[in-house]
Ligand binder design. Structure first.
Ligand SMILES: NC(=O)c1ccc[n+]([C@@H]2O[C@H](COP(=O)([O-])OP(=O)(O)OC[C@H]3O[C@@H](n4cnc5c(N)ncnc54)[C@H](OP(=O)(O)O)[C@@H]3O)[C@@H](O)[C@H]2O)c1
Length: 255
């Protein structure tokens, strides 16, 4: 249960080795989060994050979760709740795959796999999470969407469309859960310097995992439901969303 000051005391990160997910945990632990469950498919990649969080004072448990193993999601979410052994205040969906657009266009199976990892798998997972939070009667789900989902770009529309689907799903889930006292925060970062973008040329308004974490912590505390990082993207995308398609093709080819 979030404490009297609204601080998260228990956290589940789905995609426990994610740079952004880890940064959110790094930000919440000093604020009073005492129990962290890192769920993912590679314990060896989550262990360094766990070590850092333990050094900061949290009890940390690693559990298994694979976004594409839809049949395993019920057990994985049960295992996460069992590992926490208390109600979970906040669940962060931080997993995702960017992929290489030209390779994905050449390999339709790989493109469909990316859609499962970024959209279909999270849909299944978040429905299991939603049921748990409804039973608790409280909690916050944080979903890592992207500005890429706001308007598809020629250069990454496989990834962008998966994020558009996830973003729409998260908004609908928020509407379902609000009556149960459960909130959903949709986070739309631009280019974040992380393992996902390593080796790529930073886009305009590039930011950091720590900045995303700061914005997420602010939203959890304030009740904000949509978070752009940096905040300027709210206005930039409001313009981009309405550009005529021929103009958007020209503009988006340069970002
Ligand atoms: N970086 C950016 O520019 C940016 C911008 C906007 C939105 N986002 C979104 O923010 C989120 C976090 O990204 P990041 O920058 O932190 O990237 P990251 O460090 O590369 O983390 C991605 C995470 O996804 C996990 N993952 C991938 N496939 C998985 C699967 N099938 N099952 C379980 N976990 C899986 C990876 O786990 P493994 O260790 O097992 O590979 C890793 O923990 C993603 O949803 C991403 O789309 C990122």
């Amino acid at each position: 249960m979030q404490n009297a000051l609204g601080a998260v005391q228990s956290l589940l990160v789905l995609g426990g080795s994610s740079d952004i997910g880890a940064a959110i945990a790094d930000r919440l632990v000093p604020g009073g989060c005492r129990i962290v469950v890192l769920a993912g498919r590679r314990p060896e990649a989550m262990e360094p994050v766990a070590g850092r969080l333990r050094a900061a004072g949290a009890d940390v448990v690693l559990t298994g979760w694979d976004a594409v193993d839809i049949g395993g999601h019920a057990d994985a979410i049960k295992a996460a709740w069992d590992a926490a052994a208390i109600d979970i205040d906040c669940v962060v969906l931080a997993s995702g795959v960017l992929g290489d657009q030209s390779q994905l266009e050449e390999d339709p199976t790989a493109a469909a796999d990316l859609a499962v990892a970024n959209y279909a798998g999270p849909v299944s997972t978040l429905l299991h999470v939603a049921r748990r939070l409804e039973e608790q009667g409280h909690g916050t789900i944080v979903v890592l969407s992207s500005v890429a989902g706001e308007r598809a770009r020629r250069s990454n529309f496989v990834y962008g469309s998966s994020k558009a689907g996830l973003d729409a799903f998260a908004q609908g889930l928020a509407d379902r859960l609000v009556a149960a006292g459960v909130r959903v925060v949709v986070v739309r970062p631009g280019f974040v310097r992380s393992s996902m973008t390593n080796g790529r040329e930073p886009a305009p308004l590039a930011t950091t995992p720590a900045a995303v974490a700061e914005a997420v912590a602010g939203a959890i505390a304030s009740g904000k439901e949509i978070v752009w990082v940096p905040a300027t993207f709210r206005y930039v995308m409001a313009v981009f969303r309405h550009l005529p398609r021929p103009l958007w093709r020209r503009v988006s080819g340069n970002i």
